[in-house]
Design a protein around this ligand. Structure first.
Ligand code: GMT
Length: 383
C-alpha cells in the first residue's frame, strides 16, 4: 500500500504513534509518505520506503494567522496524486482531518479517490475539540472520515457521547516495539547501561523518571512533589525527559524544595528507549491521559508506572499488578506508593516483569500494526 501520514511533528504522543506506525508499516514493505510542516522528530534515522513532504506555509503580511490547514490540504492532494497514494491516515483531528477532507474533495472533482482515516488521540476530543469554535468542524470531519479509530475505549466512548457521533469508531490501541523498548539487560547494544546509570545515580540510589511534553495536563510539578516525598525517605534521583510550558515551574519547584541537585532535566531526547530502561519507576501523575503512551514505553522496558486513575489509563495499567494508580493530585499517596515498591525489590521486580509481559501480550507493535492494516483494507473496500 502507499499511505500518506499526517501528524504533529513536535514532541507529543500522537506524533510518536504516527511516526512509529509509519516506520513499522515501511518495515512490512509499504510505502509511507509523511506530510507535515516539519519532519516528525522520531523520523531522523529514515529507512527505506519512508518519504517526507514538507508543507510550506506562506507568511504573507495580510495573514495574521497563516492558513496551514489549507496549505496542508493542497500538499496532501498533490502528494496523493504524484505518488499514487491509496489512502491518507491523519493523527489528531484538528486540523488534519479537515485538511484531508478537502484533499479528498479536490481529487474527487478530478475523478480520483482518496479515502482517509482519522485517528483520535485525546486532547483533540477532550480539550480542543470541545471548544465551541472547533467542535462543529471537528465533528463534521470525524463524521465524514472514511474510517475513524480511537486509541482507547475511553476515548471512543467520550467521542460518541460528547460529539454525538453516529458513525462507527474502532478502538485500535497505541503500541510499542518490544524489540526496541526492552530492559537494559536484554539489550546487547546497551552494554553501557550500567555506566550510563552511574552518570545519574550511585548504586544504592533509585532512579525515577518522567517523560512528557510538559503541558499543564501532565502536572509536572506533581512529579517534583512526589519525588520530594520519596527522597525524604531514601536516596534517589529524578530524570525528566521532554520540554514544554511547565518546565520552568518544575525547575523552580526543585530549587525551592532544595532537591535540584537530584533532579535532572534532560530536555528533548532521541533515544528514549535507552533512557527509560535505566529507570526503576516512571511517574505519570497526569490530569488526563486518553492512553498514556509514556507508561507503555516504560512498561515494555520492565519499568512500572505510578500514575493517575484517569481516562484510558486503567485500560493500560492493571492497578497493583503492572503499576499503581491514584486520584489526580494525591502526591503524598503517590510518593508512599513509590516508596512501598522501591523498599520492596522483589515486589518491584515482579511488577516490572508483569508490566513487560502486558506490553508484549497486548500492546506489541506486531499485534497492533496488523489491526491498522486490516482497517485500511476495510476502508479501501468500502470507499
Ligand atoms: O495531550 C497531550 O499531551 C499530547 C497528546 C498528543 O496528541 O500528542 O497525547 C494524547 O495522545 C497520546 C498518544 O495517543 C496518548 O498517549 C495521550 O494519553 C494523549 N493525551 C491526553 O489524552 C491528554
Amino acid at each position: 500500500m502507499r499511505i500518506g501520514i499526517t501528524c504533529y511533528p513536535t514532541y507529543g504522543g500522537s506524533g510518536v504513534v504516527a511516526t512509529e506506525l509509519g516506520i513499522e508499516l515501511a518495515a512490512l514493505g509499504h510505502e509511507i509518505h509523511f506530510i507535515s510542516y516539519s519532519q516528525p522528530f522520531r523520523l531522523n534515522d529514515r529507512s527505506d520506503g519512508i518519504f517526507y513532504h514538507e508543507v510550506p506555509v506562506s507568511n504573507y503580511p495580510l495573514f495574521e494567522f497563516p492558513p496551514y490547514d489549507l496549505a496542508l490540504a493542497s500538499r496532501m492532494a498533490e502528494v496523493a496524486e504524484y505518488y499514487s497514494l491509496d489512502l491518507l491516515h491523519v493523527h489528531y483531528a484538528i486540523p488534519h482531518s479537515v485538511s484531508a477532507l478537502l484533499a479528498r474533495q479536490m481529487l474527487a472533482a478530478r475523478g480520483r479517490r482518496l479515502p482517509f482515516v482519522t485517528t483520535l488521540h485525546g486532547t483533540d476530543i477532550t480539550l480542543v475539540g470541545l471548544d465551541r469554535s472547533y467542535l462543529p468542524i471537528t465533528r463534521y470531519a470525524i463524521q465524514e472520515s472514511d474510517g475513524v479509530t480511537c486509541i482507547s475505549n475511553y476515548l471512543r466512548e467520550k467521542t460518541i457521547a460528547d460529539f454525538d457521533v453516529t458513525r462507527p469508531i474502532e478502538t485500535i490501541t497505541n503500541f510499542v516495539n518490544c524489540d526496541v523498548y526492552k530492559p537494559a539487560e536484554d539489550d546487547p547494544q546497551n552494554v553501557n547501561s550500567c555506566e550510563r546509570r552511574h552518570r545519574f545515580a550511585q548504586p544504592d540510589e533509585s532512579i525515577l523518571m518522567h517523560l512528557s511534553n510538559f503541558r499543564p495536563v501532565k502536572r509536572v510539578t506533581d512529579v517534583v512533589k512526589i519525588f520530594a516525598g520519596v527522597v525524604r525517605e531514601r536516596p534517589a534521583q529524578l530524570i525528566l525527559i521532554g520540554d514544554g510550558p511547565d518546565r520552568s515551574s518544575a525547575e523552580w519547584l526543585a530549587h525551592y524544595l532544595g532537591i535540584h541537585h537530584r533532579v535532572h532535566f534532560l530536555g528533548k531526547q532521541e533515544r528514549v528507549s535507552e533512557l527509560l530502561a535505566l529507570a526503576d519507576l516512571l511517574l505519570m501523575p497526569s490530569e488526563m491521559e486518553s492512553f498514556g503512551l509514556a507508561a507503555l514505553e516504560a512498561m515494555a522496558c520492565r519499568v512500572p508506572a505510578i500514575a493517575t486513575l484517569v481516562g484510558g489509563v486503567p485500560e493500560l495499567i492493571d492497578d497493583g499488578v503492572t503499576g499503581l494508580l491514584y486520584p489526580v493530585g494525591e502526591v503524598d499517596a503517590m510518593a508512599a506508593g513509590a516508596l512501598s515498591l522501591l523498599n520492596d525489590p522483589p515486589r518491584l521486580k515482579a511488577m516490572g516483569e508483569a508490566a513487560r509481559k502486558a506490553a508484549q501480550k497486548r500492546f506489541c507493535a506486531n499485534l497492533v500494526v496488523p489491526k491498522y492494516l486490516r482497517f485500511y483494507e476495510q476502508v479501501l473496500g468500502n470507499s
